[in-house]
Ligand binder design. Structure first.
Ligand SMILES: Cc1cc2nc3c(=O)[nH]c(=O)nc-3n(C[C@H](O)[C@H](O)[C@H](O)COP(=O)(O)O)c2cc1C
Length: 300
């Protein structure tokens, strides 16, 4: 298989990843069998975010469909790092594409423990730091503040030689400043955006629909916000940028690349179409070929 692209030194066959937490590759393998592996929808696979301790996630209901979007309050249910490494990682290691493990710590120490434990496993090619959570020691959302992000990254950078991707929250006041701070202390790539805080009311009771009260908005509704943030971050940093937020077609993906992203990720669209990653990649190839045709025609 040819791998003409390269992200942080890891060869990739294309430029379309999944958004963390939006595609369960282990369950999909069970449902679709080896056909899934033969035509895997993404060029690298990003795991759901794992935490040190197991988490049950938020109380139901956890999803609300909004106009052109989805609000989720899943709440990071996961087996904890020990369960993940023992049960899920060997299966994810069988995927035909490089594996990125997403981690979230509620303190710099927790983040470090996750990075060290996942980073030493051969199945793991890269780590993504999901910094959209409060640091229980400082009370600050790690990824909302440049100094807090830099301090977290400085603490974990020496613990692995594997590439570290920092995933930004769109709720930061100045996402390019957060990205620049991460780059300054050794981040290898930036991914953005995570979800935006949203709320929906039960039409009968006028009480919050979601068990957690609020959740994260994703899907086409957030695409213009994501595109603006990706453009601003790409302008500011030299490391690769992975853009996401409402990408549902090759045209959308092409917009993110034109705005400065090096790679794109697809999340909510895979709920409608589990093969969306492949479709978007092939639409993107057609658009790129057409563009090359136009520019060659203009030269001749
Ligand atoms: C149901 C659901 C679960 C998610 N879980 C995670 C997660 O575990 N870790 C994370 O970094 N982002 C998570 N996200 C955010 C996505 O990875 C992505 O950043 C966001 O949804 C924007 O992309 P999209 O509009 O294409 O979905 C989740 C999103 C959804 C919809």
């Amino acid at each position: 298989m040819t791998r003409p692209f390269e992200l942080c030194g890891v060869p990739l066959r294309g430029r379309v990843l999944n958004g963390s937490g939006t595609f369960d590759a282990v369950a999909a393998h069970r449902a679709f069998g080896d056909e899934l592996l033969e035509a895997f929808p993404f060029d690298a696979f990003v795991s759901k975010t794992i935490t040190v301790e197991p988490r049950e996630g938020n109380p139901p209901p956890r999803l609300w469909e909004s106009p052109a979007g989805l609000i989720n309050s899943i709440g990071l249910p996961n087996k904890g790092v020990a369960g993940f490494l023992r049960e899920d990682l060997p299966r994810l290691g069988e995927l035909p594409v490089p594996l990125v493990v997403s981690v979230m710590g509620f303190s710099r120490g927790e983040l470090g423990a996750l990075v060290a434990a996942a980073g030493e496993r051969d199945e793991v090619e890269m780590l993504e730091l999901n910094v959209s959570c409060p640091n229980v020691e400082t009370g600050l959302v790690m990824g909302a503040d440049p100094a807090e992000t830099a301090a977290a990254l400085e603490a974990v950078r020496p613990l692995t030689e594997k590439p570290l991707i920092v995933k930004l929250t769109p709720s930061a006041t100045d996402p390019p400043a957060v990205a620049a701070a991460a780059e300054g202390v050794g981040a290898d790539a930036i991914s953005l955006v995570n979800t935006l805080r949203g709320m929906a009311l039960d039409p009968r009771t006028r009480r919050p629909w979601l068990g957690a009260g609020t959740g994260g908005l994703s899907g086409p509704a957030i695409r213009p916000v994501a595109l603006a943030q990706v453009a601003a971050v790409a302008e500011r940093v030299r490391i690769p940028v992975i853009g996401m937020g409402g990408i549902a077609s090759g045209r959308d993906a092409h917009d993110f690349l034109a705005a400065g992203a090096d790679y794109v990720a697809v999340g909510t669209e895979t709920f409608r179409d589990p093969t969306a990653g492949r479709r978007i990649a092939s639409e993107l190839n057609v658009i790129s070929r057409e563009e090359r045709g136009f520019s060659e025609a203009a030269v001749t």
